[in-house]
Write a protein that binds this ligand. Structure first.
Ligand SMILES: NC(=O)c1ccc[n+]([C@@H]2O[C@H](COP(=O)([O-])OP(=O)(O)OC[C@H]3O[C@@H](n4cnc5c(N)ncnc54)[C@H](OP(=O)(O)O)[C@@H]3O)[C@@H](O)[C@H]2O)c1
Length: 177
């Protein structure tokens, strides 16, 4: 069965965005290392589908650039009805059942993009297989958590990795769930 992989970046204190959703601290140019994408393009080769919460989708649509995943099948979860777009399909009802069925279909792995609410939904449903977490060397103090408050306790297994420390201070950890 295809895996669901949460590939995401967080501050050292476990936030994925500022309280208003801003991720400027993550995209700071001072972190750029020439010819280094922290495994992103290799990861993209392994997936063909993305899952996003509506807040994350709105944040992505606010970026001053074209939709970043035009060649993938993209699903956005919302409790309200929205019209599908050229690039995304909205899911309103029975999100867990929907994701279960998606996992059973043939295909590459599925990228759980986030954010924190959707991460908890997938985790609590027992559908999350792997986490690839890049820690950014910053403490934000407050913000949107990697897993929202309703996440259930869940023990993880660290996967051995080599070359997971970068000279800009990023550290990438891989866990199986
Ligand atoms: N650091 C990173 O790498 C990274 C990665 C991804 C996201 N982010 C950030 O994370 C932030 C958003 O995280 P978040 O936790 O606030 O929100 P989120 O998980 O992205 O989206 C929350 C929304 O998803 C919908 N939703 C939640 N539970 C649902 C359910 N059971 N059924 C159907 N729809 C459901 C609701 O949409 P409706 O309100 O429309 O009902 C809810 O408001 C953004 O600022 C984004 O930039 C950061």
């Amino acid at each position: 069965m295809r895996k669901i992989v949460l590939y995401i970046a967080a501050s050292l204190d476990g936030y994925i965005a500022r309280p208003d959703g801003n991720i400027d601290w993550l995209t700071d140019k001072k972190y750029t290392i020439p010819d280094e994408d922290f495994g992103y393009s290799a990861f993209l080769q392994t997936i063909d589908t993305t899952l996003m919460g509506h807040s994350t989708y709105k944040e992505v649509m606010g970026f001053d650039m074209p939709f970043p995943y035009p060649d993938l099948k993209n699903y956005v979860f919302s409790r309200s009805a929205h019209e599908d777009t050229e690039y995304v399909s909205f899911v309103k009802d029975n999100p867990v059942e929907f994701i279960e069925k998606l996992k059973e279909q043939d295909g590459k792995d599925i990228w759980l993009i986030g954010g924190g609410q959707l991460n908890s939904l997938v985790l609590n449903a027992g559908l999350l297989d792997e986490i690839i977490l890049t820690y950014i060397p910053i403490i934000l103090g407050k913000g949107i958590k990697l897993f929202s408050e309703d996440a259930n306790e869940h023990k993880l297994k660290l996967k051995p990795t080599e070359g997971n420390q970068y000279r800009n201070g990023f550290v990438q950890l891989k866990y199986s769930c």
